[in-house]
Write a new protein. Structure first.
Length: 614
């Protein structure tokens, strides 16, 4: 009897000790599994690069597939261990069903490859799940998710959001350069500087190119460019944040603050919803744009259905992301699009929507939802009239929409009357109007070319120069100084001339910090514009100022329009434009905020001193 009691107490003691041991080392085990998943993700990226980027023989391809299958099996084992160790956190993931779906597909794929003989793998179901593209696709998804988790968890450290923004774009540019240098990405020969230039112009959604994208890059290279445009247009951190927050139960408070600043979101709880809305709206608009472009493209020799569809997908994404890169020879001046006015009009609409910015789209979607709900209540008799007029369309939205309309209408009119008897001569009246609208839209900020702008008169080119400098809206896929920055600076200048201290719009006073930031952006933009132009005037030995200035502004505003000057740049000149495109995408002010030491506010102030101004 005593022996049985002793054994029972001993078993309880062992269980208690094991439980204490488990809880003591649980965090370390979870951290270890996370590091192993990160290592597997990096290994998967290496295998995918080998499989897609190199022309391998059958034996090498088989070895890569076997290694990928082993990697997928290890992913499955470690993910299972992670779930058992950390199931409480896993259940809190926002997209748990997606995680479960990937887990289930991994089981089906591994079972199809490992447990079914080769003769049974000929059946459609087994053949589908045992195909190499399913294995590669699952590895790619798992790698993106786990690398995104690692990046977001790293934000818990005290990182400057501006510096993080810079690093994210720099990292994706370097990765893109490496991918474009893979043998399967290009035909014949590609220099490193040209690969770096193409990756930078894609990620920074600029559009300037030193090589012909249509003939230099293979289908694999063009797909890589398309992915770089999509990631760069929406934002590297937007994609990373979406995947990380989707498959993480919670993020640290420090990470949340950094993401809140990056997304310009006032409410921490709305970050994930904002990310989801950005992704969904982007894909919906690009999908509709692809369908419209496909309906208006017409027949293209040596292109089947899939080839035409890829052209439309590429141009829809390139237009909405304001990249201006085309895979047609001669850009949109190709014989298949140069007089295709419905096609050019659709491109213009996509550029405008991408340049408005996601906050504007969300504002008007919210306003439309309000009106629909109120009309439904009136129809059903639940309400006789509108109860109130909500403050949905913000001051920011009003400024952007009004400025966009002024620039589009004014630019279209000036270009139309300036070129109707010159560059547009011989076109129909509809063609002249569409071409004028297209050339007024493209400088803000997608450098597609359907007309040779070197044939434009000098006043028209000067108008395009001004449109390039102003650019699109904040939180959009476009660049430039931004329409609200210019609008606020102009209003501030007029207020100063009138002796008024505060800028007021629609019964709202603009913050003084916004005014200071607006003037800082404009001043820093102009400083770098003159500095880069001076360097190129010296290094390129060009005696014409205007083409060089046009090229610099096009790069700094991430436009992509050129007076046929990009291909003439020297190697050093290409690096200057590369850095200018990089600065234009992240912003000169953001770059300085990231690299300069942050000023610590002091508890005292010096006496004011009057300085003669003007």
């Amino acid at each position: 009897m005593l022996f049985l009691m002793y054994m029972k107490l001993w078993r309880k003691d062992i269980k208690l000790r094991l439980r204490l041991f488990f809880f003591r080392f649980k965090d370390k085990l979870v951290l270890t599994t996370g590091l192993i998943l990160l290592a597997l993700s990096l290994m998967s990226v290496f295998l995918l690069i080998m499989a897609i980027g190199y022309d391998l023989n059958e034996y090498q391809q088989l070895n890569i597939l076997h290694a990928s299958t082993i990697n997928l099996f290890l992913f499955f084992i470690i993910s299972t261990i992670r779930f058992l160790l950390n199931y409480n956190e896993v259940y809190k993931e926002r997209l748990l069903f997606v995680d479960a779906t990937i887990y289930g597909l991994s089981i089906l794929t591994l079972c199809s490859i490992l447990f079914f003989p080769e003769e049974m793998q000929q059946t459609p179901f087994i053949r589908f799940f045992s195909s190499k593209w399913i294995v590669y696709g699952l590895l790619a998804i798992l790698s993106v998710i786990n690398i995104s988790k690692f990046i977001i968890r790293s934000l818990s450290a005290k990182l400057n959001p501006s510096l993080l923004f810079i690093y994210s774009f720099l990292l994706i540019i370097l990765i893109g350069t490496g991918l474009l240098m893979l043998p399967n990405s290009y035909h014949n020969e590609l220099k490193f500087v040209d690969a770096l230039f193409t990756a930078t112009t894609s990620v920074c959604v600029t559009g300037l190119t030193t090589v012909d994208v249509s003939t230099t890059f293979t289908l694999t290279g063009q797909i890589i460019i398309l992915v770089l445009i999509q990631v760069g247009g929406i934002g590297v951190m937007t994609f990373t944040s979406f995947f990380a927050l989707s498959f993480m139960g919670k993020s640290s408070f420090g990470s949340s603050i950094v993401l809140k600043d990056f997304l310009n979101e006032e409410n921490l709880g709305n970050m994930f919803r904002t990310l989801v809305n950005i992704i969904i709206v982007t894909f919906i608009i690009e999908g509709i744009g692809t369908w419209l472009l496909f309906q208006n493209l017409g027949d293209i020799p040596h292109r089947d259905f899939s080839g035409k569809l890829f052209i439309c997908i590429f141009h829809s994404i390139s237009a909405f992301c304001n990249a201006g890169i085309s895979i047609l020879h001669g850009n949109l001046g190709s014989p298949f699009t140069i007089n295709n006015y419905p096609f050019l009009f659709c491109i213009s609409i996509l550029i405008i929507l991408g340049g408005l910015g996601f906050p504007i789209v969300f504002n008007y979607m919210k306003l439309l939802r309000h009106y629909v709900i109120n009309i439904f209540k009136i129809i059903t008799g639940k309400q006789e009239h509108y109860q109130h007029q909500p403050w949905i369309v913000h001051v920011h939205t009003r400024i952007v929409v009004v400025m966009t309309l002024i620039l589009l209408v004014g630019g279209t009119a000036l270009i139309y009357f300036g070129e109707r008897e010159k560059a547009f001569s011989g076109m129909s009246e509809t063609g002249k109007l569409v071409s004028a609208l297209f050339n007024a839209t493209v400088p803000r900020t997608a450098g597609f070319a359907a007309t040779d702008i070197t044939q434009f008169a000098q006043p028209t080119l000067f108008i395009i120069l001004i449109l390039m400098m102003i650019g699109a809206a904040p939180m959009s896929t476009g660049g430039g100084m931004k329409v609200n920055t210019v609008a606020i600076a102009i209003m501030g200048a007029f207020n100063t001339a009138c002796g008024k201290q505060h800028v007021e719009i629609k019964h709202r006073e603009i913050r003084s910090t916004n005014m200071s930031k607006a003037f800082s952006i404009i001043i820093l933009y102009i400083i770098w514009m003159f500095f880069a132009t001076s360097i190129l005037m010296y290094t390129e030995k060009n005696d014409q100022l205007f083409p060089v200035l046009f090229e610099v502004i096009s790069a700094l505003s991430t436009v992509g329009s050129s007076l046929n000057y990009t291909s003439e740049l020297s190697t050093f000149g290409k690096y200057v434009i590369i850095f200018t495109m990089f600065l234009g995408r992240i912003g000169v002010l953001t770059f300085l905020s990231g690299v300069l030491k942050r000023y610590q506010e002091k508890n005292y102030r010096y006496p004011e001193a009057g300085i003669i101004i003007g």
